[in-house]
Design a protein around this ligand. Structure first.
Ligand SMILES: Nc1nc2c(ncn2[C@@H]2O[C@H](COP(=O)(O)OP(=O)(O)OP(=O)(O)O)[C@@H](O)[C@H]2O)c(=O)[nH]1
Ligand SMILES: [Mg+2]
Length: 309
């Protein structure tokens, strides 16, 4: 893509074009040529959207809940972006997408933008693409961006650095509460939802959660909402709370963490690219026991004239 057409693309995104946004998101997700420049150009126009992370075990009802949340936010006149992080789509080629995203009723609404991304084995689960796509939605004027992440553990912990507010969804299906507590997720949850409140055991989950907050000596425990996402019950109260909540982590801290991560990624990419064929030779030597990763980094650093320190 030429610089010119890319600048045009960015302009169109800023003007709110859905087609341009879809193209840019594809470029970003593919890490295509010029995506970094495009993101840089968008960067000053971002930071207005309220980013809400929705995390919880597979099947706890996140997508169904988000579907209801989208409807509520739309009623309030907000445009909404949804990014569904799909850890399996790198394997299935996104074949499961239709099953995962239960938001079809919003498909024809031009005030709603839904996009799925693969995590591609990113360490923290929430891939850089996710954050970048959320930024594109932000730049195109979405008032709210909701990020759905699957799994328990790292994914949710990283979501805290991306989202203003993290909603942790539990359900009475599987010893969910215990699992979540083990994974250290409590710390990142600004709001807790016990979904599938129509099922037996929901009260038990609520009790366990309350006990946990008490045991931890948390004086001002986060809000806990019971929902039946399939019937849209409890979602209004949840959304009202989300709107009234201040950001969980202060904006500047989060922004700096994001910039730091982005810089680190690019530095690593550039260095690895810069090594070119030398990289394979280096790997050969380390594999043969003639060098070590540490020695290799020292040698690289020396070559950069201390430029890494
Ligand atoms: N009984 C009951 N079932 C629900 C409720 N919410 C969601 N479900 C059902 O639970 C199943 C999973 O719902 P999803 O919304 O796809 O859950 P998810 O957490 O997004 O799932 P993954 O994206 O695969 O992790 C579906 O069959 C839903 O219809 C609820 O409140 N009560
Ligand atoms: Mg889902």
């Amino acid at each position: 893509m030429t610089g010119d057409s890319q600048a045009g693309l960015v302009e169109d995104v800023l003007a709110g074009s859905r087609r341009a946004a879809a193209r840019l998101m594809r470029l970003v997700d593919d890490r295509g040529e010029g995506h970094e420049e495009a993101l840089d150009a968008l960067f000053p126009h971002t930071g207005r959207a309220r980013v809400i992370g929705v995390a919880g075990s597979p099947g706890c009802g996140k997508s169904t809940l988000i579907d209801g949340m989208v409807a509520r936010f739309r009623e309030k006149g907000l445009t909404v972006g949804v990014v569904a992080v799909d850890p399996s789509s790198s394997l299935t080629g996104g074949a499961l997408l239709g099953d995962r995203i239960r938001m079809q009723r919003h498909a024809s609404d031009t005030g709603v933008f839904i996009r799925s991304v693969a995590t591609r084995g990113s360490v923290g689960g929430v891939s850089s693409s996710t954050q970048d796509i959320a930024r594109v939605m932000d730049a195109m004027g979405c008032g709210v961006v909701i990020i759905e992440t699957v799994g328990v553990g790292q994914d949710e912990v990283e979501i805290a650095s991306v989202a203003h507010t993290v909603v942790v969804v539990l359900s009475p299906d599987t010893g969910d509460a215990v699992q979540i507590m083990k994974a250290g997720i409590i710390e990142v949850g600004d709001v807790f939802v016990i979904n599938k409140a129509d099922r037996q055991g929901a009260d038990m989950v609520a009790k366990e959660l309350a006990q946990f907050f008490q045991l931890q000596g948390i004086e001002d425990p986060p809000g806990v909402f019971e929902t039946v996402a399939t019937r849209g019950e409890g979602i209004e109260a949840l959304c009202a709370a989300l709107v009234s909540l201040g950001p969980g982590v202060d904006d500047r801290t989060r922004l700096r963490a994001e910039i730091r991560r982005r810089l680190a990624e690019r530095v690593v990419d550039r260095l690895m690219e810069g090594l070119g064929d030398e990289l394979e030779a280096l790997l050969d030597r380390i594999e043969a026991g003639e060098s070590s990763p540490y020695a290799a980094v020292d040698a690289l650093q020396a070559r950069l004239g201390g430029g890494l320190t």
